[in-house]
Design a protein around this ligand. Structure first.
Ligand SMILES: Cc1cc2nc3c(=O)[nH]c(=O)nc-3n(C[C@H](O)[C@H](O)[C@H](O)COP(=O)(O)O)c2cc1C
Length: 172
């Protein structure tokens, strides 16, 4: 699939086959995660790669209903903002940098035939605190999102999200 159609084709996948993603594919996905742009190229992010079934189930029950698919996922990538590396005069650029890493994870996964869904953590303070506690994160590491990964068992077609009304040309 070419790069443009890969973007149009990506969709949230929440049902997975019972099939493990191999390390080679995960390494490719993580390389893509860090290939994105970041403010001043500070790379103010970090990742926890989760592939242990018990750890995936623990994450699902920690966050709750919206993350149920983690019970069946092959992997989860917990995306963190590393505020110790963030641009000092505008630290919130970390939110953007981590989001761009998330998109690269999902697009590279799709290109490799792997389904994904992004699970929101930041800025929901209760979720942020639960993950900080669970992983005993050092100061400055802030949970941003979880990306659930697995081979799709979801036959749904991708929805077309295009809305002409969102576009403005030259003036509002
Ligand atoms: C910031 C963010 C948080 C999200 N959180 C969840 C979530 O907790 N659970 C879930 O099933 N999907 C979650 N999603 C996925 C969205 O529901 C999904 O992207 C949206 O419905 C569009 O569908 P598509 O990804 O198939 O194009 C999240 C997406 C984003 C960008």
């Amino acid at each position: 699939m070419d790069a443009y159609n890969n973007i149009l084709d990506r969709k949230s996948v929440r049902k997975y086959q019972d099939k493990k993603i191999d390390n080679e594919a995960i390494n490719k996905i993580m390389k893509a995660a860090m290939a994105g742009p970041s403010c001043l190229n500070l790379k103010d992010y970090a990742f926890i790669v989760v592939d242990d079934k018990n750890e995936l189930k623990a994450l699902a029950s920690l966050i709750g209903r919206t993350c149920n698919m983690l019970n069946e996922a092959s992997h989860a990538i917990v995306v963190l903002m590393d505020m110790t590396r963030a641009f000092p005069i505008a630290k919130n650029y970390s939110i953007i940098d981590a989001s761009l890493a998330c998109q690269n994870i999902m697009l590279s996964a799709n290109a490799l035939g792997i389904g994904s869904v992004m699970l929101g953590i930041y800025p929901q303070e209760d979720r942020v605190l639960k993950l900080k506690d669970y992983y005993k994160l050092p100061d400055g590491m802030v949970p941003h999102s979880i990306i659930s990964l697995g081979y799709s068992d979801d036959p749904r077609e991708k929805e077309d999200h295009f809305e002409e009304s969102r576009l403005h040309y030259n003036k509002w």
